[in-house]
Ligand binder design. Structure first.
Ligand code: NAP
Length: 329
């Protein structure tokens, strides 16, 4: 089968389209014919081994898993003998970063607990856009942020992968949502349900005197003390990603601010979760959430897709489609 392989850490240049052996499912795994995958910041972190400590998990000198790709959607082709929930022919989607990665390939094996049945009303491309970004947004807003109906919620980085899901999930929970993005994305974030929009190129929401009960920052974008200023009393700030300095601020200053005052601040470590995936399936089937896809790239152009994602201005998700995966190397 064809796969995008990397045997050394580095830039997207180290990603190569190769012919590799088709995997065989273990007893608790299914073999999936991948129809689409999507790019996440996690692919980039594991590609570059950045931060360096990631190597403790991914391999000290070279990557243990040589095929990236966490988010997939496809069709089950075979099932191991202990698999109970899925069978051959099922259309599935999921985040397989917890069970070996390998989504940037024509076939991959994954444990069934990383997967859910694909929502019937969306395409494979749309389904592949969902798992990691949507579950991160869900866990940030619901688990960490304790989102409630009627709350004033602000999403910073509302136009990216995590942000576009966060806006829609917050609306599904009945919140009053303010979305922060750049000028070119204002109409898009309005179209997915934002009640208010702030153009970060024109205004700084941390200085306009408005306060929010819950702020989810897809990336840090501002120092933690600026977010503190924008929180209402007993408000909560959740940071999903950001620069190393912003991560350290959230990890070190966040707990101290939370202990010494009424405002709670911290970062999020989202984990793939089958129940959360099933929850997202319901929202998607109910039409409460629709994936926003910026661009689709063929499998052979994964490196290009990651380069584009790395620029940091994708409008929603960057998707890999395997429709043309029969072309010769
Ligand atoms: N904690 C976890 O477990 C977890 C899980 C998944 C992801 N993450 C993290 O979540 C972060 C976001 O991921 P993502 O996939 O959403 O990233 P992304 O899609 O690359 O985000 C890009 C978006 O960010 C917007 N943006 C750029 N600069 C901005 C600024 N100064 N203010 C507001 N928005 C700005 C861009 O809008 P414009 O083009 O309009 O500038 C673009 O729409 C990453 O750091 C990732 O590592 C964390």
């Amino acid at each position: 089968m064809k796969a995008i392989v990397y045997t050394t850490y580095g830039s997207p240049d180290v990603l190569k389209l190769k012919e590799v052996e088709k995997p065989t499912p273990k007893d608790d795994e299914v073999l999936i014919n991948v129809h689409a995958a999507s790019v996440n910041a996690a692919d980039l972190h594991y590609l570059r081994a950045d931060p360096f400590l990631l190597r403790l998990d991914s391999g000290l000198l070279k990557p243990k898993n040589t095929i990236l790709g966490a988010d997939i959607a496809g069709r089950v082709e075979a099932a191991g003998r202990n698999v109970k929930q899925l069978q051959s022919g099922d259309e599935v989607f999921g985040d397989i970063s917890g069970c070996g990665w390998g989504g940037f390939a024509e076939y991959v094996c994954a444990r069934e607990d990383a997967l859910a049945l694909k929502p019937a009303n969306i395409s494979f491309e749309e389904a592949a856009a969902v798992p990691m970004a949507a579950v991160t947004a869900l866990q940030g807003l619901r688990n960490k942020g304790q989102i409630q109906p009627g709350q004033k919620v602000l999403i910073n980085g509302a136009s990216g992968g995590v942000g576009t899901f966060a806006v829609q999930i917050a609306k599904a929970f009945g919140a009053e949502v303010t979305a922060v993005c750049s000028t070119r994305n204002l109409d898009m974030v309005r179209s997915i349900g934002a009640d208010h929009v702030i153009d970060y190129t024109q205004a700084d929401f941390t200085k306009n005197g408005q306060h929010y009960y819950l702020i989810l920052a897809a990336n840090g974008y501002h120092p933690i003390l600026a977010y503190k200023r924008a929180l209402s009393p007993r408000g909560m700030y959740v940071m999903s990603g950001g620069s190393t300095a912003q991560m350290f601020q959230a990890m070190l200053l966040g707990p101290w601010i939370s202990m010494t005052g009424s405002k709670k601040m911290g970062n999020l470590l989202a984990k793939p979760n089958q129940k959360d995936l099933a929850f997202m399936k319901e929202l998607l089937e109910a039409g409460k959430v629709t994936p926003v896809i910026d661009r689709c790239y063929p499998l052979s152009e994964v490196a290009e897709a990651i380069r584009y994602f790395e620029e940091g201005h994708a409008k929603g998700k960057v998707v890999i489609t395997l429709e043309d995966n029969n072309k010769t190397l």
